[in-house]
Design a protein around this ligand. Structure first.
Ligand code: TYM
Length: 335
């Protein structure tokens, strides 16, 4: 019998999951855990590029574990773990870095963006972010990586590094993983501030969180950036307006979207109504998560159990990979 593809993905513990994380990634995690061997983790090593203090790091990691579970990840079906519980990742990262070149790392869009946004902290971890990410993926010998559009380039790099290793040592050892969204385009959820992407670091009011209270969601959506309205029939929507429609497409019924689309096209739209509807639909969508997050927050023992269980399984696999990689490279067997 042919083996099912191995699925792996991770999220940085920036605090709370937002709708972008959910529709770009977690929604697919929940689906894929039903049919595949899955590994989902919290990228707490990656978080160190921004120098968080220990208390914040810890509470943010805990929060993401809770939100993973609230979103429907089932520790009986998928392996949930913390990246830092798998120190073998750091060893594989070192090996990959020996064959990762400055030029290709400097060309990565996320690196260039971060370097521009935080010129005072362009650390080596930021530059080698893609090799660490590649280590996360190939250490579990994954095939499919469900991620949003913004991670596409990182996945391309992972493919390059995996191929390069295989070629260099003349082995067919690492599978070549790919970014995955059920054969559809990768998803990009827009923000509320008129910007292209919903993200935690894109500024206040841009992201809506799964665990956000309804009052706050309504306030954010009502403040979303719009313009003075269409002046011609069937005119193209400017980006901030298209963004609101794109958000509506993921949380609202399709006839609701059609209704506002028609109103836009015949210039009768009232943005206040559109926003009210969108806020209501987001609140309905997030309500079950909101409740579940509050419930799980009280159960420390369960959270610890989930993470311990995941670490054990993920680490055993990772140790096997690194043991084999050491042999391939030509090191003495130490495990
Ligand atoms: P991160 O933490 O920024 O985002 C986690 C996941 O959410 C997706 N996402 C979005 N999708 C659509 N629209 C958006 N606005 C949006 N914002 C975020 C991301 O595409 C991602 O799938 N480098 C990764 C974490 C990571 C990782 C890995 C992922 C580390 N190692 C190995 C996969 C495999 C990151 O920073 O994601």
């Amino acid at each position: 019998m042919e083996k099912k593809p191995i699925v792996l993905s991770g999220i940085r513990p920036t605090g709370n999951l937002h709708l972008g994380n959910y529709f770009g990634a977690v929604k697919n995690f929940v689906k894929m855990q039903e049919t595949n061997e899955c590994y989902f983790f919290i990228a707490d090593y990656h978080m160190l590029t921004t120098h968080p203090n220990p208390q914040d790091l810890q509470s943010n990691v805990r929060q993401v574990v809770i939100e993973y579970l609230a979103a429907g990840l089932d520790p009986e079906k998928a392996t949930l773990y913390l990246q830092s519980d798998i120190p073998e990742t750091a060893e594989l990262y070192l090996f990959l870095n020996m064959n990762a070149y400055l030029g290709e790392l400097e060309r990565v869009t996320t690196f260039k963006e971060k370097a521009r946004k935080q010129p005072e902290n362009v650390n080596a971890g930021l530059l080698t972010y893609p090799t660490l990410m590649a280590s996360d993926i190939i250490i579990q010998r994954a095939h499919l990586v469900p991620v949003g559009k913004d991670q596409e380039q990182h996945l391309e790099m992972t493919r390059t590094f995996a191929r390069r290793f295989n070629r260099m040592y003349k082995v067919d050892y690492f599978p070549i993983p790919k970014a995955y969204n059920f054969d559809q385009e990768l998803v990009k959820i827009p923000g509320l501030d008129g910007s292209g992407k919903m993200g935690k670091s894109e500024g206040e009011g841009n992201a809506v969180f799964l665990g956000e209270d309804p009052k706050s969601i309504r306030k954010k959506v009502m403040r979303a950036v719009t313009d003075s309205g269409p002046t011609e029939m069937n005119q193209e929507k400017p980006e901030p307006i298209q963004n609101l429609f794109n958000l509506m497409k993921v949380v609202s019924a399709s006839d609701t979207v059609d209704h506002f689309d028609e109103a836009y096209n015949n210039c009768t739209i009232r943005y206040g109504d559109l926003k009210k509807q969108l806020a209501g639909d987001i609140i309905n969508f997030t309500a079950p998560f909101y409740e579940k997050i509050n419930e799980l927050s009280k159960d420390d023992a369960y959270i610890k159990k989930v993470i311990d269980m995941g670490a054990e399984k993920a680490r055993a696999n990772a140790q096997k990979t690194v043991r084999e990689v050491r042999e391939i490279i030509g090191f003495r067997k130490i495990y």
